[in-house]
Design a protein around this ligand. Structure first.
Ligand SMILES: Cc1cc2nc3c(=O)[nH]c(=O)nc-3n(C[C@H](O)[C@H](O)[C@H](O)COP(=O)(O)O)c2cc1C
Length: 362
């Protein structure tokens, strides 16, 4: 693609393509490094990693490529109060524990390293880009990140969020449309009211901010990339399209689910983590989300901790009916190949689309 803009120049990218961070293991160092080696930008989703795991994963990327790569965290969230529906939530998921041969669930607690501990590891990691979702960062965090020369990217699902992020000093904004797989980045107002599709969201954010905008959500091939560029985006961030690559760290059964899912097979759910995310509908999601069960969902991240043993056991046994099958609405366009082959295809398709649009010939 003979396409270059300021954002790509700043990050020394050959292609305006970003492999989305996918916390939970989809974005293996092998996937990230392969993406970076092609001249696109790979991301490690580090939200669930300890500082030493962040350093190890970054070393594994660095061992494979010297190209720039990114790391992503969830913005720090206030700790939720102890919920009064703990027992109900535990009883609600207990049958799924039982069917997988697990003992009755333990009371979930907030675990894991603090954002500041993770950020310190990222500063040492050798990453060139730091992105985040679910909120904004404190001025102190922004200052530390900038002082160490990292390019800073926040995630917005509305124009208002993009403007707030720009005001806090980010260098670029991911515009996450409602088609997107995985968790919603929404941090101002109601998630359901912030379900704006990529084609409507991107140009409205482009008009409202002066920093580069990265289009994300439902982009699966070169037609989607060309469309995003036409809307004013400087690059695209694609998650689902990379999950079915050979290097992606999700199970074969999950890949097959994506490859065979239709565009109407995903929806938003709070069932797995207590925070809205888009995934392929399955038995667990349906059971926990049903009207009578909704009150038994704990706030994020407690619900995530409560359902983790189910997801881990289900992953080992290939039981996709109990897994969080995060995926966007573009599933019918998903393809099976190496990450290198995918990026080569994306580049060719984008070129062809731009050429067809110019020449009027298909
Ligand atoms: C499995 C999965 C995990 C994700 N994890 C993260 C994450 O850790 N951090 C983040 O900023 N976005 C995460 N996302 C959202 C992506 O950044 C992006 O917005 C989304 O994948 C775009 O939609 P698409 O899947 O249709 O390409 C995740 C998406 C998926 C599919």
């Amino acid at each position: 693609m003979k396409f270059l803009n300021n954002f790509m120049q700043q990050l020394t990218l050959d292609h305006p393509i970003i492999q989305a961070p996918m916390a939970g293991g989809g974005d293996t160092p092998e996937l990230v490094a392969t993406v970076c080696s092609t001249g696109a930008l790979g991301f490690l989703g580090a939200a669930y990693l300890t500082p030493s795991q962040i350093i190890d994963a970054s070393r594994a990327v660095r061992a494979r490529t010297s190209r720039p790569f990114g790391i992503n965290l969830f913005a720090p969230l206030p700790e939720p109060p102890i919920p009064d529906n703990l027992q109900m939530a535990m009883e609600q998921v207990a049958p799924f524990y039982e069917v997988l041969g697990l003992p009755f669930p333990e009371v979930p607690r907030i675990q894991g390293p603090s954002f500041d501990q993770q950020l310190s590891a990222i500063i040492e990691s050798g990453a060139s880009v730091f992105s985040f979702t679910f909120g904004t960062l404190s001025p102190q965090s922004v200052e530390i990140i900038k002082k160490h020369g990292l390019f800073l990217v926040g995630t917005a699902t509305t124009v208002e969020e993009a403007v707030v992020l720009q005001d806090t000093g980010v260098d670029a904004v991911v515009a996450q449309g409602s088609e997107a797989g995985g968790h919603r980045g929404t941090f101002l107002g109601d998630v359901e009211k912030s379900m704006v599709g990529t084609i409507a969201l991107v140009p409205q954010i482009v008009d409202a901010v002066s920093v580069p905008v990265i289009a994300s959500g439902g982009i699966m091939d070169g037609r989607g990339i060309a469309a995003a560029l036409a809307l004013g985006a400087s690059a695209v961030q694609m998650g689902t399209a990379f999950l079915t690559c050979d290097e992606a760290g999700v199970s074969e059964a999950y890949k097959v689910k994506i490859l065979t899912a239709l565009e109407q097979d995903t929806r938003l759910t709070e069932a797995f983590s207590g925070r809205f995310a888009r995934g392929i509908v399955n038995e667990f999601m349906t059971a926990i989300d049903c009207a009578s069960a909704t009150k038994a969902i704990l706030p994020f991240p407690l619900q995530n901790t409560l359902t983790r043993p189910i997801r881990q056991a289900a992953a080992k046994r290939g039981r996709t009916e109990y897994l969080s099958l995060w995926a966007g609405q573009g599933t019918r366009m998903s393809r099976r190949q190496s990450a290198k082959a995918l990026i080569e295809k994306l580049v060719r398709e984008t070129d062809a689309t731009l050429h067809h649009l110019k020449s009027g010939v298909r």
